[in-house]
Design a protein around this ligand. Structure first.
Ligand SMILES: [Mn+2]
Length: 234
């Protein structure tokens, strides 16, 4: 079964409904539910990324691995840019790792939350200040799939995987806001490596919006990422 979580603003909800029809037409889903209420499942397609918070409340997985152009660690109010910080702060998850971030990357160790319970692997070389010295993040550009090894050491075996499709380059035009740095091939390689290294309890594809209905590259990415997930998760 696949759960399509039509949450967020109208463009997100319509994007999720469009995706359900698209994947059905492609013969990639048989049984599915379109809902606004999180429920137990193994594969999800989510509109606004904050929907992942509700899924985690239901599944109670302790570690989260997020592939995302943003760290989603803002702390001002609950939304798609802060849900991960809230999930950690509210004790819904214990540890999180973010792969592929280009924005909202902490550059100092001001809060315990970021240094103790989060490990970030940016898409590009970035530095942060640790005890008065500037250190480089382990990143995708320089370290490639080694970032998955590092995430495995930090998170343990069992994870919930969330794939924010805004991690792809802007030309894919799937999400409503700023896209990141990855090509579809790079994203698929990372996902394959994650499935090799971890026991993935459940997985979601998030930040789907109605833009994808007008994006050929976006639809292709959605179909390929979903196919890979379905192949592995059954
Ligand atoms: Mn996100």
């Amino acid at each position: 079964m696949v759960t399509f979580l039509a949450v967020g603003e109208k463009p997100n909800r319509e994007g999720v409904i469009y995706t359900a029809k698209l994947l059905k037409r492609e013969g990639l889903v048989d049984d599915y539910v379109i809902t606004e209420k999180p429920r137990e499942d193994k594969i999800y397609v989510v509109g606004d990324h904050s929907g992942t918070y509700g899924v985690l409340q239901v599944l109670k997985v302790r570690s989260v691995l997020s592939i995302d152009a943003h760290t989603d660690l803002m702390q001002d109010y609950f939304d798609h840019a802060s849900w991960l910080a809230y999930a950690l702060r509210d004790g819904i998850v214990e540890r999180a790792s973010v792969i592929g971030a280009v924005l909202m990357i902490p550059t100092t160790e001001r809060t315990k939350l970021w240094t103790k319970s989060v490990k970030i692997f940016p898409a590009l070389p970035r530095t942060r200040r640790v005890r008065g010295r500037w250190r480089r993040y382990i990143n995708l550009k320089q370290h490639g799939l080694f970032v998955v090894d590092e995430a495995r050491r930090f998170l343990g075996d069992e994870i919930y995987l969330t794939i924010d499709l805004d991690v792809l380059r802007p030309e894919y035009r799937i999400a409503r806001f700023q896209h990141g740095e990855l090509t579809l091939r790079e994203l698929l390689e990372i996902i394959e490596e994650i499935f090799k290294r971890f026991s993935v309890v459940a997985v979601d594809i998030a930040e789907v919006s109605d833009r994808v209905a007008r994006s050929k590259l976006g639809r292709r990415a959605l179909i390929e990422v979903f196919s890979l997930i379905r192949e592995v998760m059954g």
